[in-house]
Write a protein of this length. Structure first.
Length: 311
């Protein structure tokens, strides 16, 4: 098998069939074998029925269906686990990842690149989302131990060597953007224009993007914990200065009426910092809690191979 195309799907009934047709047309004249692996991440619409139909009429289409929604990270992991190809491409079903780039990706892989990465610009994207994204990348690159680039996401080709090394990373709390960067290997970047989603709504709400951003910061370093130490030392230092100042004031001017505002402000500041950093520590503890459980990343309800064996 020369190529595996892995496609996580969640409620993609409006675009999945068109995506399949586009892939088929793109690779119609190719001189190599390929497979299309569709991962149904607990869809609540007719996505599964479409997968059943496509796999029944085209042997190159395989699918894995989860028992419920486990998230895109789990879907990508399942896809690369089941992929048989020497090269594996990860892409979305909403056609915002142009299938026209597939052949160019394969050409670059043949030149010796183990990761061929598609990087999109942000033309046509909402200003607020674009601004938030730029701020996010500036913050996260100042914190994490790997380099993340704005416009680079999951759309990429991985050689079998890169996939095998990626599958050795067994952590439960996965942040694939960081994992792709962490494994290294030779990279080639292909830039493309931003494509507006044709049908349906984006699954990435502001809340989900925010949570994903927090995952990125927490998953790849312990710097937030180090920052907590620094803030604690700074606040303690200023507290000591304040105590010394008040002591000198009492010696010079005598005991004055206690300042209500100063007291309340100090309590709120220190209390707020304590709660904030307790939250950071709690986030790390929570991740340790999930890791030691060693639960599977996903549970499979059925696959196309199960259906074939029944037939």
């Amino acid at each position: 098998m020369r190529l595996s195309i892995v496609v996580p799907c969640y409620n993609e009934e409006q675009t999945l069939e068109k995506f399949y047709i586009t892939i088929r047309e793109t690779l119609r004249d190719c001189n190599f074998s390929y497979e299309l692996i569709l991962i149904n991440d607990g869809s609540k619409d007719k996505t599964q029925q479409i997968m059943d139909s496509l796999s029944s009429k085209d042997s190159r289409v395989r699918f894995v269906s989860f028992s419920k929604n486990f998230g895109k990270e789990a879907a990508m992991l399942a896809g690369i686990t089941y992929a048989k190809g020497n090269n594996v491409i990860l892409m979305d079903a909403d056609l915002q990842h142009p299938p026209s780039l597939i052949l160019e990706m394969i050409e670059k892989a043949e030149l010796g690149y183990d990761q061929v990465i598609a990087k999109r610009n942000r033309n046509g994207e909402a200003f607020s989302r674009s601004l938030f994204t730029r701020i996010y990348y500036k913050i996260i690159n100042s914190l994490v131990d790997v380099e993340l680039t704005d416009g680079i996401g999951d759309f990429r080709l991985l050689t079998r060597k890169a996939v095998d090394n990626l599958l050795q990373l067994k952590e439960f709390n996965r942040f694939s953007k960081g994992l792709f960067s962490w494994i290294g290997f030779n990279e080639y970047i292909i830039e493309y224009d931003n494509v507006v989603r044709e049908n349906g709504d984006s699954k990435w709400s502001f809340k989900r993007l925010l949570n994903y951003g927090i995952d990125g910061v927490i998953s790849f370093n312990n710097k937030p914990l180090r920052i907590a130490i620094y803030f604690g030392l700074i606040v303690t230092f200023f507290d000591i200065l304040y105590v010394l100042f008040m002591l000198i004031r009492i010696v010079i001017y005598g005991v004055d009426v206690p300042g209500y505002f100063t007291t309340i402000a100090s309590i709120l500041l220190i209390g707020g910092l304590q709660l904030f950093f307790m939250g950071i520590v709690g986030e790390y503890i929570g991740r340790i809690y999930y890791e030691v459980k060693k639960r599977p990343h996903y549970i499979i309800q059925k696959t196309s191979e199960m259906i074939d064996s029944e037939d």
